[in-house]
Write a protein that binds this ligand. Structure first.
Ligand code: 5GP
Length: 178
């Protein structure tokens, strides 16, 4: 059950306006690849890419570490690789949420070996107090407390991705996870 709304749809959309402006200022007219980390980033990347110019392309990668549970297992695997070769490209990873940092750390290590021209990260949500590994975040939407959140792409056991707001899930429900 949803316990409370943490970030409203209006707050998310206003923040994306700000972030898109920063990205436009930083990259100018240079081609930019938005690399969305599935599945949680599917809404944020669709809203972000429509705020950017004609030189933006989108690709997807899926990395698994959670299963249906609440905590990162640290056992990070690529489940769906990118479709394109990123050598020489400016790449901006679009993450829904950075928690322990293990998923992103692993992804950054893999992508660096592919020699992009630049590799930066936009995380819509960051939980700084849950961090186990330091990961560089170039753009951050919101810093949030260490609670389990759902909505705007984020799921619990595949549900709630379609909520327009970001909400905190009640302990009762999330503690049922394996
Ligand atoms: P990390 O490896 O940083 O601990 O975890 C990153 C991944 O864990 C995210 O991409 C996301 O899939 C999942 N995750 C971390 N915290 C939450 C949360 O509060 N809610 C949901 N739905 N997923 C989370």
């Amino acid at each position: 059950m949803i316990q409370s709304i943490l970030i409203s749809e209006a707050q998310i959309q206003a923040k994306l306006d700000e972030i898109a402006e920063q990205i436009r200022a930083d990259y100018g007219d240079r081609p930019l690849l938005l690399l969305a980390v599935l599945k949680g980033s599917f809404l944020v990347v669709s809203d972000l890419c429509r705020r950017l110019g004609d030189n933006v392309t989108v690709d997807f990668v899926q990395v698994s570490s959670y299963g249906n549970g609440r905590k990162s297992s640290g056992n990070v695997q690529i489940r769906k690789d990118l479709d394109i070769n990123i050598e020489g490209l400016d790449v901006l990873i679009v993450e829904d949420i950075v928690d322990s940092g293990q998923t992103l750390d692993h992804l950054l290590q893999i992508l660096r070996t592919r020699n992009p021209n630049s590799l930066k990260v936009f995380a819509l949500l960051s939980k700084p107090t849950a961090r186990v590994l330091h990961v560089p975040l170039d753009y951050v939407g919101f810093e949030i407390p260490d609670a389990f959140v759902v909505g705007y792409g984020l799921d619990f056991a595949e549900r709630y991705r379609n909520l327009r707001d970001i909400a905190v899930l009640s302990e009762d429900e999330s503690s049922l996870a394996p």
